[in-house]
Ligand binder design. Sequence first.
Ligand code: ATP
Ligand code: MG
Length: 554
Amino acid sequence: MEEQGVSRNFIEQMIDKDLEDGVYQSVCTRFPPEPNGYLHIGHAKSILLNYGIAQKYHGTFHMRFDDTNPTKERVEFVESIKEDILWLGADWGDHLHFASDYFEKMYEAAVSLIKKGKAYVCDLNAEEIREYRGTLTEPGKESPYRNRSVEENLQLFESMRAGEVPDGAKVLRAKIDMASSNMNMRDPVIYRVAHMSHHNTGDQWCIYPMYDFAHPLEDAFEGVTHSLCTLEFEDHRPLYDWVVQEVGFEYPPRQIEFAKLYLTNVVTGKRYIKKLVEDGIVDGWDDPRLVSIAALRRRGYTPESIQMFVNLCGISKAQSSVDYAMLEYCVREDLKLKKTRMMAVLDPIKLVIDNYPEGQTEELELINNLENEELGTRKVTFGRELYIEREDFMEEPPKKYFRLFPGNEVRLMQAYFVKCESFVKDENGRVVEVHCTYDPETKSGSGFTGRKVKGTIHWVSAQDAVQAQVRLYENIIDEEKGVYNEDGSLNLNPDSLTVKQAYVEPALAQAGPGDSFQFVRNGYYCVDAKDSREGAVVFNRIVSLKSSFKLPKN
Ligand code: ATP
Ligand code: MG
């Protein structure tokens, strides 16, 4: 379209061609989840792809619940899915649809096939149907019910609908080709009897359409033009095309497949996550160690970071797996200039400035983000007693250790130079206090150029700092040994969650659910929306500052 020099992925190239050839006048896409679980990062790819294409071509994006299977679906999931999609920024406007709203039209479509002699009621049971189907190397056999008259089929199908047929006793099948090299075309079942309540239609129906029949119809009813789905449906495309053609749509939709997004060593399977929740290993589907959209949001990932990630992954037909480090890279990039950089001490040890007058304090004005001055400044109290990280002091430092050790001088971040004079140990030989002197001339921002120091460490004022719980995460999988144990269970990392009591700047104690910050020298953190209480904030580490990921150059 308009933009030049922007490379088009293969789907966009196909759409361009369809528009050029006049196959369609405009573009309509959809995201069609089954409401049977929470959405995960893989679904985000599909959502953003479909929504992005609709945007790019000034078309329409539909949100549609593919709720044709009453056994697995729950209303709870409908709500969580809507929330996740809106959060990702995909706005469906007036186009919130439910496949179950089309049950009557689907029934009519089936009737029209029967009338054309393109569908028949079959009395074979599931096992017989399987036997008759043949194999990849042998053609199938025709069902003895295949040549029922149109009248008989119409009457039988009606009796199926009327509840006169028990579950499994009859099905409606498309009449295509039992010798087709594509197994999906060997007279697939398109309706089954299931005396079961549905979350939307209640007990109105006791026959339900099969996915391969329902899905193309849903797309066609809504005027979807490009039905984007993942590769496992490639072999189903001939059936998709058959359905929309035989039912006779003027502008039938077109199915295009792309590769699923997989993250290396990351668990997305519902079965596994369900078990982790049931075994109490994670605290729900939104546990920040998971990659459901709800979990990523709770952890502090932003919609922009997920968008960037999905863009970097690209769209292709080749199955591949992406490193989690790339997702981390994206959230770091997104938060880098947006977030205030605050001080928090995760493993505190006291620092006493012996020559700072007892009882005195001063307010320092600290810059919130040295790379983005628009974020302004904040006031922080400085005083005689501070907390610093335990690892920022060493009694006997190794080479190239530039932080505190006896006789060494460092900069306290955006404050003064301090020089280590002595330290105190407890009865177990553990250092409990570091004593320093400070040089009032070296105040940050004063223009002091007298001498330089090699190390800068962060701190919080002991008098003002507030305690907060911080949670550090690692992959729930023990990556060294692979995802699964020999018995098929997950190979869990015992250190996937570490909880610490930190001292943080007092302003952080006022932060609200979902607020996020950089804790300098450590990482990005987000206030946990589930477990934080008034006066007791809990922080999730989104990501550390250290990155192993390098953006590939192209
Ligand atoms: P899962 O079993 O992983 O939850 P699903 O395919 O059963 O996934 P659906 O609700 O059927 O979930 O999927 C909705 C849409 O999301 C489909 O169009 C599907 O192709 C797409 N999708 C599912 N998983 C991925 C993935 N890993 N990458 C990209 N798209 C995906
Ligand atoms: Mg599915």
